[in-house]
Design a binder for this molecule. Structure first.
Ligand SMILES: *Cc1c(COP(=O)(O)O)cnc(C)c1O
Length: 351
């Protein structure tokens, strides 16, 4: 750290993303990307948009909001496109939390929430999970906090039901409830429709996992127009052109091709089912994941050791050093041939 850093940020502990190594080619099952490429229409749209990169992009991303509104069944005023959904989470903490309004979230969840709380000097109430890593929705009623829940949760893949989410939203009418739906397309129920009924619900989406656009950086906030106006005010005070021209074009084309991506999500869910069976047969314990990753432990090998042995064999998975989940690895559900390679490698390691 230099002597110039503001004392406000002297103790920052930044988020550590999963590895993105460039030195050799790995089978990447560590950051929950899609194994399937963007659709041809997306590639063509990006190429066309690149021809006018001398011009600024639309800071209101109007056409992108219209395309998203059509797919999600809400008005364009209810949507804010962002530079990856990490950005909308940051905006939400800035807009809805402060010294008097803490964040309540599960103790085991997406690692970005505590980072954002610390960045903005917001207190964090970490709610312990119940048996089997479950989130009990009754722990999040009437909180006097901004409630932040990933549904399905990460890295466990476990989902709440829509009535449970609605009870949380209804009981926290004085505060905002953020439901992070990064993985919802892989098999959980979406709360997007509830944004028309409750003006305190913010649903966040990302195109990094379900829509093969991790490198393009695109996410959305979906909420009552009042909340969206608050978030847009933060956006326009930090980075008015937050979603670049090529990504706006990619997003529009992806939304117009939504069927292709939903089919990919179904394929991932089918791969998840058989890969889970294979791993269970090898002695693994797994949570009942509704997402595009598995959360697995084997009684005969610690999570970190399995991670390292897979890495030596050219396969990357994610291991978290948090003690309560140290026995586990999070394994992205890749293409069928990638999962066959994983299972082969695991068999070898266990032998
Ligand atoms: C991956 C992820 C995000 C962020 O995705 P972006 O790539 O920033 O759009 C947000 N929340 C959860 C739970 C995630 O796993």
């Amino acid at each position: 750290m230099s002597v110039y850093r503001s004392s406000r940020f002297s103790r920052l502990e930044p988020y550590v993303p999963g590895e993105q190594p460039r030195e050799r080619k790995y089978i990447k099952l560590n950051t929950n990307e899609s194994p399937y490429p963007p659709s041809p229409a997306v590639l063509q749209a990006v190429r066309r948009a690149s021809e006018t990169l001398n011009l600024y992009c639309d800071p209101t991303a109007l056409r992108l909001r219209q395309a998203a509104a059509k797919v999600y069944g809400v008005e364009p005023e209810s949507i804010l496109p962002v530079n990856g959904s990490d950005e909308i989470l940051n905006f939400a903490v800035m807009a809805f939390c402060d010294g008097r309004i803490p964040i309540a979230c599960p103790e085991i969840t997406y690692g970005f929430y505590p980072v954002l709380a610390a960045l903005h000097g917001v207190r964090l109430r970490q709610v312990p999970l119940r048996a089997g890593f479950t989130v009990d929705h009754r722990d999040y009623l009437c909180q006097n906090c901004t409630v932040m829940i990933a549904n399905p949760n990460a890295p466990t893949g476990l989902a709440l039901t829509l009535p449970q989410i609605e009870e949380i939203v209804r009981s926290n009418g004085k505060n905002v409830v953020v439901i992070d739906e990064a993985y919802v397309d892989f098999g959980a129920e979406s709360a997007v429709a509830l944004t028309k009924k409750y003006d305190n619900l913010l649903v966040t989406r990302t195109f990094s996992k379900s829509h093969s656009l991790a490198g393009a950086r695109l996410g959305f906030g979906i909420a009552d127009p009042g909340l969206i106006a608050d978030l847009a005010a933060i956006k326009d005070s930090t980075n008015p052109y937050n979603v670049n021209a090529m990504t706006q074009a990619a997003g529009i084309a992806a939304l117009e091709d939504n069927g292709y991506y939903m089919e990919n999500c179904r394929k991932v869910a089918a791969t998840r089912a058989w890969a889970s069976e294979e791993l269970r047969a090898l002695g693994f314990e797994l949570t009942d994941s509704s997402s595009n990753f598995l959360f697995a432990r084997h009684p005969a090998i610690p999570g970190e050791e399995l991670y390292e042995k897979l890495r030596e064999r050219g396969i990357l998975v994610r291991h978290f050093s948090t003690p309560s989940i140290g026995d586990y690895d999070r394994i992205t559900v890749g293409a069928p041939e990638e999962m066959r390679a994983l299972i082969g490698a695991v068999r070898e390691i266990l032998a």
